[in-house]
Design a protein around this ligand. Structure first.
Ligand code: FDA
Length: 304
């Protein structure tokens, strides 16, 4: 718990981020979790995954930009990603973070940039998954997702099972027909808003998964937790949910054998594939989820 808090604290330290992201060892550090620094490297990973029957969602890494003007660059990067996905006939959505589009500066301007990306996704027959970030962003993110869903339709919201409010949010999203990706939650939140114990988070995940199976539109279960996945499969079978209407999502580089097993059993599996230079906060959250990854990291660094 202490190590997780320390890693999440370090994930927010700009000085460390600047140093590590520019360091020559960065590629060695990140190759397990990150497709590469360029869109081409991201697309190459998606091509390989699609050939194995695995779907993808491409994430151009970045969050909390330092001025609203940078959001135009984020928009352009995603427009290019959507066009390349279409040109190469890949089966991949894109995943975005609203703070990468300037949510810290202006919700209105941020939504304007994101709307351009969603409009292009709609034109190309694709869709945009809108990641959920730390608690202060939950309300504006849900407002934005709802507005974009009404205007374009092709968006998916993310709900974090560690938040106490999530059941109520899922009820509203389901009523509006907005598809949901359910994850446990990756940020450090106070007990006033989030369940502090892992057991409580897991219980809530199962409860929310059941709700999505009952009322959701094309629910996506984002977890590597084998026991939860087995329970979700059981619940879906009991409710007679068509396997086509359920999706499992996992992160690139994590639990690869489980991903392949689910594909071989006929389930839809989508991998979250990050690429780009701004990899530090994403990478540190992956370490915080499983501090044993530190061991693999050190082994990688020592390997010639
Ligand atoms: P849990 O952490 O309990 O792990 C279960 C098992 O999975 C572990 O025992 C281990 O075997 C394996 N595992 C999990 N994490 C690992 C890691 N980093 N390295 C190696 N093994 C690992 N969060 C958020 O707040 N907002 C979001 O928008 C998203 N989006 C998102 C998309 C997708 C596709 C996924 C899979 C996850 C997210 N997340 C997220 C992250 C999520 O909230 C959560 O932090 C991680 O998925 C880890 O939680 P698990 O459900 O895997 O369970």
């Amino acid at each position: 718990m202490l190590l997780r808090s320390l890693l999440l604290f370090l994930s927010r330290q700009q000085w460390l981020r600047r140093w590590v992201e520019n360091s020559p060892i960065s590629q060695k550090l990140t190759r397990r979790f990150i497709a590469g620094k360029s869109l081409e490297e991201g697309l190459a990973v998606v091509t390989r995954l699609n050939a194995e029957g695995i779907l993808a969602t491409l994430d151009c890494l970045g969050e909390n930009i330092t001025s609203i003007d940078e959001a135009a660059g984020t928009r352009d990067a995603y427009l290019e990603a959507l066009r390349q996905i279409a040109e190469l006939h890949l089966d991949s959505t894109v995943s975005i973070k609203l703070t990468h589009f300037g949510l810290d500066f202006s919700e209105r301007a941020c939504r304007g940039y994101v709307a351009e990306v969603v409009a292009e996704a709609e034109r190309l027959g694709n869709s945009v998954e809108i990641d959920m970030e730390a608690y202060p962003y939950v309300e504006p993110t849900l407002r934005t997702v709802t507005d974009l869903h009404e205007r374009f339709g092709c968006v998916r919201a993310v709900i974090q099972a560690y938040l106490r409010r999530s059941e109520a949010d899922i009820e509203v999203l389901c009523r509006r027909g907005i598809p949901v990706r359910l994850c446990k939650g990756a940020y450090k939140e106070p007990a006033s808003v989030a369940f502090p114990r892992k057991r409580q988070v897991n219980e809530n995940y199962r409860r929310l998964a059941a709700l999505l199976i009952e009322k959701g539109t094309r629910p996506a279960m984002a977890t590597h937790d084998e026991r939860i996945i087995a329970d979700v499969i059981r619940m879906a079978k009991e409710r007679g949910l068509d396997p086509d209407r359920l999706e499992f999502q996992m992160l690139y580089g994590i639990r690869r054998s489980l991903q392949r097993r689910l594909v071989s059993e006929g389930y839809r599996v989508r991998l979250y594939v990050p690429y780009g230079v701004a990899w530090y906060p994403y990478f540190m959250r992956r370490l915080a989820e499983r501090p044993a990854n530190l061991f693999f990291l050190v082994k990688n660094l020592l390997r010639r």
